[in-house]
Write a protein that binds this ligand. Structure first.
Ligand code: FAD
Length: 293
């Protein structure tokens, strides 16, 4: 189906985009990669009358490290993350996820910031951002805000970006050499949204105990969610099979998926626990922890 009629406004600067958003209010939507918005318009699930295209804005597709964080501009594509050597080397959780979002064609166009703004319950980047403690920089005519990801992802397809605002950048803290992570996803076939997904990031202290823990699950409720009780179990603990199992059980406990063609509720809840367990094991392996007991 074709989308309903709309006006197309290419923006050549952030100010120009914000002015267009302010002028057209709730009728306007930002167009980034278009990989979620255009299908939604075709199915008439979204009917914006004005599309503000941010792709002509120069310098918005950056990926760079600055002040202890990886900065991803609103124009940065999944594909760019997937092939950046420094991300493969240091940002293991992000690197894992970049290779399993949708398929290579979608990843050429889809943006990380656009995905966070879309906030699909089964989307991958929200899970990663929660486990990694990311922030999103939001700009409107009233100024710029830096929003912690826990406050940014509000509900299915709803975020902290208000009318007349745009997300400029996602910020992921740079992991130190004792930090690693893993992204685990079950999909029906390559290119599909998650049936269940988990993101994990751990920092070990010099004595081998867990100094910081981020655990999140996706396709497990209206929006990606942090497994706070699992993080509490991990924090300060010495990694063991029992500790990992206890943390994974918390993921299953809070998983609240819907039944759909990807699986029933019981299966998805079970998988939330299994994927957190696998993610923790994979992370500890990357941190060169010996066999766990
Ligand atoms: C076949 C297919 C399979 C897919 N599989 C997956 C998958 O497995 N996992 C997954 O996570 N995603 C998947 N997706 C979604 C894909 O990753 C999207 O690209 C992504 O969710 C949205 O990014 P985008 O840049 O295309 O955003 P767009 O589609 O351009 O925009 C999405 C929404 O976010 C808003 N928006 C975008 N950028 C901004 C901004 N800077 N500030 C404020 N609002 C903004 C738009 O107005 C719109 O409402 C799939 C898509 C397709 C077509």
């Amino acid at each position: 189906m074709f989308p309903a009629a709309f006006d197309y406004l290419p923006a050549h600067s952030v100010d120009e985009a914000l002015a267009a958003l302010l002028k057209h209010g709730a009728d306007a939507r930002i167009l980034a990669g278009g990989q979620s918005l255009i299908p939604a318009m075709r199915f008439r699930l979204a009917r914006p009358t004005v599309l503000v295209d941010i792709n002509p804005i120069a310098g918005l597709a950056y990926l760079r490290e600055e002040n202890g964080a990886l900065l991803m501009g609103a124009g940065a594509r999944d594909f760019a993350v997937e092939v950046a050597p420094f991300i493969k080397e240091r940002y293991h959780l992000i690197f894992d996820a970049a290779a399993v979002v949708a398929d290579p064609i979608v990843r050429q166009s889809g943006t990380i910031v656009g995905s966070l703004c879309h906030n699909d319950p089964a989307g991958d980047w929200g899970v990663v951002a929660l486990a990694a403690r990311a922030e999103v920089v939001v700009r409107g005519n009233a100024g710029t805000r830096v929003v912690p990801i826990d406050d940014f992802l509000i509900d299915s397809f709803t975020t902290a970006v208000g009318e007349g605002e745009m997300a400029l950048e996602a910020r992921f803290p740079t992991p130190n050499e004792r930090t690693s992570g893993s992204y685990q996803k079950i999909e029906r076939k390559v290119g599909d949204f998650a049936t269940a997904a988990a993101g994990v990031q751990l920092t070990l202290s010099a004595d081998g105990t867990i100094a910081a823990a981020g655990v999140a699950i996706g396709a497990a409720g209206p929006t990606a969610k942090r497994v706070v009780e699992a993080e509490k179990i991990l924090l300060g603990a010495r990694p063991s099979i029992a500790v990992l199992r206890a943390a994974a059980a918390e993921a299953k406990e809070i998983s609240d998926p819907i039944a759909d063609t990807r699986g029933d509720i019981e299966f998805k809840r079970e998988m939330a626990g299994v994927l957190v367990y696998r993610g923790l094991l994979a992370t500890l392996k990357r941190l060169q922890q010996g066999e766990l007991h």
